[in-house]
Design a protein around this ligand. Structure first.
Ligand SMILES: CC(=O)SCCNC(=O)CCNC(=O)[C@H](O)C(C)(C)COP(=O)(O)OP(=O)(O)OC[C@H]1O[C@@H](n2cnc3c(N)ncnc32)[C@H](O)[C@@H]1OP(=O)(O)O
Ligand SMILES: CC(C)C(=O)C(=O)O
Length: 572
C-alpha cells in the first residue's frame, strides 16, 4: 500500500490546548527534578529478552551507585521472578532509596503487589488506570464515571493495605497514580480523576501524593505537552500536596524536549530509562536529561563520570546496543572525523589548556563539544579520529597526543597529504597506531632509537670552532651500509652539517625553516627538531624530523630524515 496522498483522511491533527496565558516559555531549568528510574520495570517489560534476575541485580546496584533515590523495580503481580526481585530490592536498598512497584487497578493484583513490599524501609506503590477516551472505550469499555470510581476504589484499597494498616507502619509509604495516556486525555477529566484519587489517599504537604502524567504515547509537539502540564499544575486542587511526575515516551522523537518543557511548565519529577530504553521508541532518556542540565551549570545529582561503564551494563542487561550517536554516551559523539571540526576542536583545546595552565578557571566554550568529555570519563584520544574527510589538524592532534610531537604548520600540511593518500587507499578510518607508524615511516624516525635499516645513518660526528664565528662539523655517515666521512663549515652547527652534505651529494639543499621543542620534562627529556629544506633550485621542498637527547644531534637527524626520504623516493 502506498502512503496516502492526503493523510488527513486517516489522521487528525492533535487539538491544541487553549492556554493563552501560558508562562512556561519564559521559564528556565534551574533545579534538579526528582528522578525515577523505570529501567527495571518499563524498560524491562519492553525487552525481547527480559533481564535475568542476576542482570536485574547488577543493574539495580548500578542505579544506586549513579545516585537514583527512586527506582521502579518490577510489576510484582506479573510473575514470581518479579515478586522475588522486589524482595531482593527491598532487602538491599539503602535507607534513602525508595523502591517503587507497579500494579494495574485490579484488587487481587494490588494485594499481591503490596505483599511484595512488606518490610521495606521506603516504598512507593504505583497504580495506573486508563483515562483517555480511546483507551477507556477500546480497552476497558468503561464510562468516565466507572473509571473514576475504579481509580478511587483501588486507591482506598492501597491506603488500607499500606499506610492505614497497623502492621505496615515500619515502612515509609508513598503513593503514585498514573492516569494512563494522560497526553490524550481530556484535561478537565484527568484533573477530576486525579483530585478524587488525591482525596482518597489524603496526602500532606510533607508527604505529597505523586500524580504521574504520562505521555504513554507521544501525541503532539512538546509545547502541547508543556501546555497540558501547566494547565494541570495550575488548575488541580491541593497543588502543594502533589508532586507532579512526567513519564514521556518518545513516539515522535521529542521525549527529551517534552520532559524539559514539562518541567518548565511545573513538573517536579521525571520517570525514564538510561539511554531511552522502553516500550516502542522508548521512555525518555535520563542520561540526556541529566547531562543537559549539567551543561547548563546545574548539578543533576546523578553521577555519569564513568559513562562507558554505564553503557556497558545497559547494553549487557538490555541486550540492545546503545546507538553510536546516542547523546553523551554514544561511541561517536565525542569524535570528529572532518577536517574543519578537528581544526576547531584542536584550537579550542589549546586555548582552554593554556588558560587552565595559567591558573584561570576557564568556562567551557569549545567549538563542537558542548561537554568536556573528561567529565564523563571519556578520553581526549578518542575525540579526533582520522579518515579521508580529515585535514591537517586531525593528524597533527593524533601525533601530538601519541608521540608528543608538536608539528609546525608546514609539516602538518605536508604530512596531511600523505595521510589523505593512505586514507583514500584504505577507504576506512586510520587508527592512531597506523597514523603514528605512517609518520615514523614517512620521516624515517628512529623514535625509540630502534635498530633500523634506513639508507642514511649518522654514525658519529664532532664539532669544532676553527675560528671565531665559524663551526666545523666532521661526521661519519653510513650510506647503504658503507661508512663515508663528510666535513663542512658554516656559521652554525646545522649549517656546517648541511654544507658537509651539500658537498658530499653535490646538491643545492638549503635549510628554510627550523623548529624545536623538548619532549618530556625530566632529566631524560629529549629534543624534537623539524627542518624544512629546498633543493633543485628551490623547486622541491621537504620536511625532516629528528629526535635526540642532544639538540644538535636531533637537528642533524632531521637532515638525515630528509635524505632518507629523498632516497626512498629515488630522488637522490
Ligand atoms: C503503560 C504500561 O506500561 S502499563 C504496564 C504494562 N506492563 C505489563 O503488562 C507487564 C505485566 N503484565 C502482566 O503480567 C499481565 O498483563 C497481567 C498479570 C497484569 C494481567 O494478565 P491477564 O490477566 O492475563 O490479562 P492480559 O494481560 O491479557 O490483559 C490485560 C487485562 O487487564 C486489564 N487492564 C489493563 N490495564 C489495566 C489497568 N490499568 N487497571 C485494570 N485493568 C487493566 C485489561 O483491560 C485486560 O482486561 P480483560 O482481560 O478483562 O480484557
Ligand atoms: C504505567 C504508566 C505510567 C506507563 O508506563 C505509561 O503510561 O507509559
Amino acid at each position: 500500500m502506498p502512503m496516502l496522498q492526503d493523510p488527513s483522511v486517516k489522521y487528525q491533527r492533535f487539538a491544541p490546548i487553549n492556554l493563552p496565558q501560558r508562562t512556561w516559555p519564559s521559564k528556565v531549568l534551574d533545579k534538579t527534578p526528582r528522578w525515577l528510574s523505570t529501567d527495571l520495570r518499563d524498560g524491562n517489560q519492553s525487552l525481547p529478552d527480559p533481564m535475568s534476575v542476576e542482570e536485574k541485580k547488577e543493574y539495580f546496584h548500578r542505579l544506586i551507585d549513579i545516585g537514583f533515590k527512586e527506582i521502579e523495580v518490577a510489576f510484582p503481580a506479573a510473575s514470581q521472578p518479579d515478586f522475588d526481585f522486589t524482595r531482593y530490592a527491598i532487602e538491599h536498598a539503602p535507607a534513602d532509596v525508595s523502591i517503587q512497584v507497579l500494579s494495574p487497578c485490579r484488587e487481587e493484583l494490588i494485594a499481591r503487589t503490596v505483599e511484595s513490599l512488606r518490610g521495606a524501609k521506603r516504598a512507593t506503590i504505583h497504580i495506573y488506570l486508563a483515562t483517555s477516551a480511546c483507551f477507556r472505550e477500546v480497552v476497558f469499555g468503561m464510562t468516565k464515571e466507572e473509571a473514576l470510581a475504579k481509580a478511587v476504589k483501588c486507591t482506598e484499597l492501597v491506603r488500607k493495605l499500606t499506610k492505614d494498616d497497623p502492621s505496615q507502619q515500619g515502612t515509609d509509604w508513598d503513593f503514585e497514580f498514573s492516569p494512563e495516556t494522560f497526553s490524550d486525555t481530556d484535561l478537565d477529566y484527568a484533573i477530576e480523576v486525579c483530585e478524587a484519587v488525591t482525596n482518597a489517599w489524603n496526602p500532606s504537604v510533607e508527604k505529597p501524593i505523586i500524580l504521574n502524567l504520562p505521555a504513554t504515547v507521544e501525541m503532539a509537539t512538546p509545547n502541547v505537552y508543556a501546555d497540558q502540564i501547566e494547565y494541570f499544575s495550575t488548575h488541580v486542587a491541593n497543588r502543594d500536596k502533589i508532586c507532579i511526575s512526567l513519564h514521556p515516551h518518545n513516539d515522535r522523537g521529542c521525549a527529551v524536549a517534552a520532559a524539559e518543557l514539562g518541567q518548565m511548565a511545573g513538573a517536579d519529577r521525571i520517570e525514564g530509562c538510561l539511554f531511552g530504553n522502553g516500550e516502542r521508541t522508548g521512555n525518555v532518556d535520563l542520561v540526556t536529561l541529566a547531562l543537559n542540565l549539567y551543561t547548563q551549570g546545574v548539578s543533576p545529582k546523578l553521577d555519569f563520570s564513568d559513562i562507558n561503564s554505564v553503557v556497558q551494563i545497559v547494553e549487557k542487561c538490555n541486550k540492545i546496543p546503545v546507538h553510536q550517536r546516542a547523546p553523551y554516551g554514544g561511541s561517536l559523539v565525542v569524535c570528529a572525523f572532518s577536517g574543519s571540526h578537528q581544526d576547531a576542536i584542536k584550537k579550542g583545546f589549546n586555548l582552554y589548556s593554556k588558560e587552565a595552565a595559567a591558573g584561570k578557571k576557564p568556562v567551557w566554550k569549545l567549538p563542537y563539544l558542548p561537554l568536556d568529555p573528561e567529565d564523563i570519563g571519556r578520553t581526549y584520544e578518542a575525540i579526533i579520529r582520522v579518515n579521508s574527510q580529515s585535514g591537517k589538524g586531525g593528524s597533527a592532534w593524533v601525533i601530538l597526543r601519541n608521540l608528543e610531537l608538536d608539528l609546525p604548520r608546514g609539516l602538518q600540511v605536508a604530512f596531511s597529504k600523505v595521510v589523505q593518500d593512505k586514507a583514500e587507499v584504505k577507504g576506512q578510518e586510520l587508527t592512531n597506531n597506523e597514523l603514528c607508524d605512517l609518520f615514523k615511516q614517512e620521516y624515517y624516525i628512529d623514535y625509540e632509537d630502534e635498530e633500523t635499516n634506513y639508507p642514511f645513518k649518522l654514525v658519529d660526528y664532532s664539532i669544532s670552532t676553527p675560528e671565531k664565528g665559524l663551526k666545523q662539523v666532521d661526521a661519519e655517515l653510513e650510506v647503504d651500509g658503507k661508512v663515508v666521512k663528510i666535513s663542512g663549515k658554516g656559521n652554525g652547527q646545522l649549517s656546517a652539517f648541511n654544507e658537509a652534505i651539500r658537498t658530499h651529494l653535490n646538491s643545492d639543499i638549503e635549510v628554510k625553516h627550523y623548529h624545536e621543542h623538548s619532549l618530556g620534562l625530566d632529566s631524560k627529556s629529549r629534543a624534537a627538531t623539524y627542518i624544512e629544506v629546498t633543493l633543485n633550485g628551490g623547486k622541491v621542498s621537504r620536511w625532516g624530523v629528528g629526535i635526540h637527547a642532544d639538540v644538535s644531534q636531533a637537528s642533524f637527524l632531521s637532515l638525515i630524515s630528509i635524505l632518507n626520504g629523498l632516497k626512498g623516493n629515488g630522488e637522490i
